[in-house]
Design a protein around this ligand. Sequence first.
Ligand code: FAD
Ligand code: NAD
Length: 405
Amino acid sequence: MRKQKIVILGAGYGGLMTATRLQKAIGANEADIVLVNKNDYHYETTWLHEASAGTLHHDRVRYDVKSVIDQNKIDFIKDTALEVKAEEKKVILSNGEIDYDYLVIALGGESETFGIKGLKEYAFAIANVNSARQIRDHIEYQFATYNTEAEKKDERLTIVVGGAGFTGIEFLGELGNRIPELCHEYDVDFKKVKVICVEAAPMVLPGFDPELVEYAVAHLEKKGVEFRIGTAIKECTPDGILVGKGDDEVEEIKAGTVIWAAGVRGNSIIEKSGFEAMRGRVKVQPDLRAPGHDNIFVIGDSSLVINEEINRPYPPTAQIAMQQGEACARNLVKLIRNKTDLESFNFDNKGTVCSLGEHDAIGVAFGKKIVGSKASFMKKVIDNRSLFLIGGPSLVMKKGKFNFL
Ligand code: FAD
Ligand code: NAD
């Protein structure tokens, strides 16, 4: 009998969890498994705020995909997926095409700009290794240039962060550590630097525990961050941003750097391939398959799973992507073995920890609130755990975070 072919698109958290669980669960003669990723490396998306601020080198956040897969069982193809042709059971890649019996779409998300003018052209998004390196270099260039110009442009030293969600706050935490270093390195007066966070909602980290939010805001304000709450970015220009509280008032904030950290949507391939989607995300069936497609699973940031308790989607996180990867692998094993009783995915929320720089954080873990060095310790444990789940102890030893003090 012909071996069935499983194609996994994306070697992020969801894709690698699926691949590493499948390689353990099935024999080499049971199925052909192919993993496609646009780079030959995996990056820890959850560490990109550090690489973007320049507090962690970008090589620390990535590792070779081949170092965690069993190449006797999985073929790795470095290529970019362009479109899924579900009717024809094939995926169009930049350098060819690949057919499948079962497909796992784990391509992550993309920055959501809500159609706001100028954001795509003039703002940066913390999206991958290349964008993180570009942000770090751009900020450093502003500092390096400042003192070389006859007429000093103070706005070079203004950094605007759009969105006070977890990405915005974690990036601000890193900037809090990085800016004093940059001032020292480039002879810049710390008082000249402005870091402004613009948040449309009436609070920082909307919906998170108010006591923890208060701790984070106080910590970041002490590091020099100015918060503009209840204020939306309306436009981004080559000179900075336009913000407003209502429809009429519009204020310009001149800035040399604008970081857009105000939301994510699913990968554009989802809509391009004709899947029914909400903000680029497929509302998957309980078994994680796309409705109407019995051989296509969608996991991670390109999927949408409803939290039945509040009837709202779970936020897209690495935590849920990894758990989906495990469930997806188990369901694929069943399909390959001609079983029909697929399991329903149940998210086990272990909590949320948000870093505020290297040695501080806030969070709720296993139902308990934590702050400060205890929370920071927990954040590193979580970071190391995700390495462990994918690459075992050797990956933790190579890439793990052990700077606990
Ligand atoms: P990803 O892990 O993003 O992987 C997608 C993969 O697909 C990548 O390897 C990419 O290169 C590849 N790819 C993309 N397009 C193509 C293509 N067309 N062809 C081929 N390959 C492609 N979540 C948490 O739970 N905890 C946190 O602490 C946390 N911190 C975060 C910090 C930051 C700065 C950011 C930006 C996000 C954070 N998140 C966190 C959210 C989390 O990173 C995402 O939810 C998670 O990465 C989603 O996993 P995924 O498998 O869907 O996609
Ligand atoms: P988000 O959607 O969680 O937050 C975006 C923020 O931007 C919101 O507070 C929103 O009100 C604000 N915003 C939207 N439009 C705006 C505008 N025009 N002007 C100003 N503000 C505007 O997005 P995120 O922070 O990028 O997080 C994405 C996902 O990744 C979430 O699911 C989050 O939970 C997850 N994440 C988790 C962690 C962690 O667990 N430590 C860290 C980073 C990201």
